[in-house]
Design a protein around this ligand. Structure first.
Ligand code: PDD
Length: 276
C-alpha cells in the first residue's frame, strides 16, 4: 500500500507521523474523501475548492496548488492500481510542542491513501433505516475539519440502534447525517437544508441538485423539520461513499410506503449515468 506523504509516494511503513502532529493533539487540520470510479478521480475540482475553503478558514497553507495536488493524487491512484474506491487526504497544521495558539514555523503535514471500496449497491437498492439525534456540533459544519467526535458518537448511536445512520437535527430542524447530506421528497419536490454554516456542502449534494434540475424535478434548499421528514413521501441521503441511498424508515416509522421512492430511483439512475 503506497501513501502520499508530503509530496512523495512511499510505502506505509515509511510514513512517520510525529506524536506532536497537531492533528493528533487538536484535530487541527482538514480532510477530503474523493471517489474513484474506473481509476478516475470524481469531481476533483469541487473537492479541492472545498478543501481550499477549509484550509483558508483554518489559516493552513496548502503545500501546492490544485493542479499539482490533483496530479499527485492521480499518481497515488495509479501506484495502488485503484479502480473502485476512495482517496482519503488530510492536511494538518504541522508538528510542534502542544500549545493552543498557532505555532510559529510549523510546516503543514499532508497525507493521503487509497482504499478499495465497492459502490454501495445493496443499500442503494434496499434503503437504510435511521434514528434522529440532536446535532451538538459547532457552528462551522461547512468546514471539513478533522474534529469528528460528534459524528463518531452519532454514528455509534446509529450502530447501537441497529440502523444505518443518524439524522442530525437542531431543535427539530434537520441538518444532515453523520457523513452524508439528507434530502426529502414531498409532492414531487426535492428539499434539502440550505448550504450554510450548519451543514457540510456535500459534493454529491451539489451533483444531485444539478441532476434533479436537468431531470425536471423541482428542488428547494429550505430547512425542514423532523416532523416533515416523517411526513415525507421519500427520503434519501447523498455522499461520496453512499451516493444516493434511500432512507426508508426513521425512528422506527416508515417514510412514505416504507420502500425506496420513484424520485429517489430516478435520481439514482441519473447519478449512475453520470459516473465516468
Ligand atoms: N463525509 N456531511 C458530512 C458531515 C460529511 O462528513 C460528508 C462526507 C457529507 C457528504 O459530502 P460529500 O458528498 O462531499 O461526500 C455530508 C465523508 C465521505 C467522510 O467523512 O468520510
Amino acid at each position: 500500500q503506497i501513501y502520499l506523504y508530503q509530496n512523495r509516494l512511499i510505502p506505509l511503513t515509511q510514513v512517520h507521523i510525529s506524536p506532536e502532529d497537531r492533528g493528533y493533539y487538536f484535530g487541527d487540520g482538514a480532510y477530503e474523501v474523493f471517489r474513484v470510479y474506473n481509476g478516475i478521480l470524481y469531481e476533483t475540482e469541487a473537492h479541492f475548492t472545498r478543501l481550499k475553503k477549509t484550509v483558508d478558514a483554518l489559516r493552513i497553507k496548502l503545500p501546492a496548488d490544485h493542479t499539482a495536488l490533483t496530479r499527485q493524487l492521480e499518481e497515488l491512484v495509479r501506484a495502488n492500481r485503484l479502480q473502485e474506491g476512495i482517496v482519503y487526504m488530510q492536511i494538518t497544521r504541522g508538528t510542534a510542542p502542544r500549545v493552543h495558539a498557532f505555532p510559529a514555523g510549523a510546516e503543514p503535514v499532508l497525507m493521503a491513501y487509497t482504499q478499495p471500496l465497492a459502490r454501495p449497491v445493496a443499500t442503494m437498492e434496499k434503503g437504510i433505516s435511521a434514528v434522529t439525534t440532536e446535532d451538538i456540533r459547532w457552528l462551522r459544519c461547512d468546514l471539513k475539519t478533522l474534529n469528528l467526535l460528534p459524528n463518531v458518537m452519532a454514528k455509534q448511536t446509529a450502530v447501537d440502534h441497529g440502523t444505518g445512520d443518524v439524522v442530525f437535527h437542531r431543535s427539530g430542524t434537520v441538518t444532515e447525517c453523520s457523513a452524508s447530506n439528507m434530502m426529502i421528497v414531498k409532492n414531487g419536490v426535492v428539499r434539502t437544508h440550505p448550504a450554510d454554516n450548519l451543514i457540510l456542502h456535500g459534493v454529491t449534494r451539489a451533483v444531485v441538485l444539478r441532476l434533479a434540475q436537468s431531470e425536471g424535478i423541482p428542488t428547494q434548499e429550505t430547512p425542514f423539520t423532523v416532523e416533515e421528514l416523517l411526513q415525507a413521501d421519500e427520503a434519501f441521503i447523498t455522499g461520496t461513499t453512499v451516493e444516493v441511498t434511500p432512507v426508508t424508515s426513521v425512528d422506527g416509522k416508515p417514510i412514505g410506503d416504507g420502500r425506496p421512492g420513484a424520485v429517489t430511483r430516478q435520481l439514482q439512475q441519473a447519478f449512475e449515468a453520470a459516473i465516468p
